[in-house]
Design a protein around this ligand. Structure first.
Ligand code: S3P
Length: 174
């Protein structure tokens, strides 16, 4: 049962993690932890300001600390795009639950994130070349961490949530 595990949504910025996590929360009546939002609330400043004033390493420590605290059964955790880059994070997620990778092409990512200003790794570099390079460098980490992979291009959040549900039931987790 999904209520008996933790679902970790991982993937690149703009893959749809936050939106799909909300649909899963509604669909299965589970708890939702939105990592970026939680960290920003705890630090009382937006992610861009955390990066600018305290540095990325500090933010990454906060991510790992939150990951350790948030793993209650019956929770969907919408991870920040960099969470799966750290080995200890992946170990923790694998130990506690199921890792679902949401995939998107660089073109789709750009389309979804281009109007935002809240992603320090993209600000000032909002173009296809930068996104492609970053995504290609991260792809092996995402793929290696994932228990379930879902392509999201051209799909509605509800369809993606449905596909996640089907994959979980194949694993007898639905
Ligand atoms: C990051 C992704 C962001 C946020 C931070 C760093 C990354 O989260 O955690 O800006 O390293 O990919 P989203 O994937 O929710 O945009």
């Amino acid at each position: 049962m999904i209520q008996d595990t933790v679902i970790y949504l991982i993937g690149f910025m703009g893959a749809g993690k936050s939106t799909v996590a909300k649909v899963l929360q509604q669909k299965y009546g589970v708890q939702l932890v939105e990592m970026d939002e939680t960290i920003a609330a705890r630090e009382e400043m937006p992610i861009t300001d955390i990066f600018a004033t305290k540095g990325e390493a500090y933010f990454r420590q906060k991510e790992t600390a939150l990951l350790e605290q948030a793993a209650a059964k019956g929770t969907v955790i919408s991870c920040g795009g960099g969470v799966a880059m750290r080995e200890e994070n992946v170990r923790l997620m694998k130990e506690k639950g199921i890792i679902v990778l949401l995939r998107a092409t660089p073109e789709t990512v750009l389309e979804r994130v281009c109007n935002g200003t809240d992603r320090p790794l993209l600000n000032g570099n909002m173009n296809l070349e930068h996104i492609t390079n970053l995504l290609e460098g991260r792809r092996p980490y995402y793929e290696q961490a994932a228990d379930i992979c879902i392509d999201t291009d051209g799909k509605l959040p509800e369809t993606i949530a449905q596909e996640i549900g089907e994959n979980l039931s194949k694993k007898n987790l639905h």
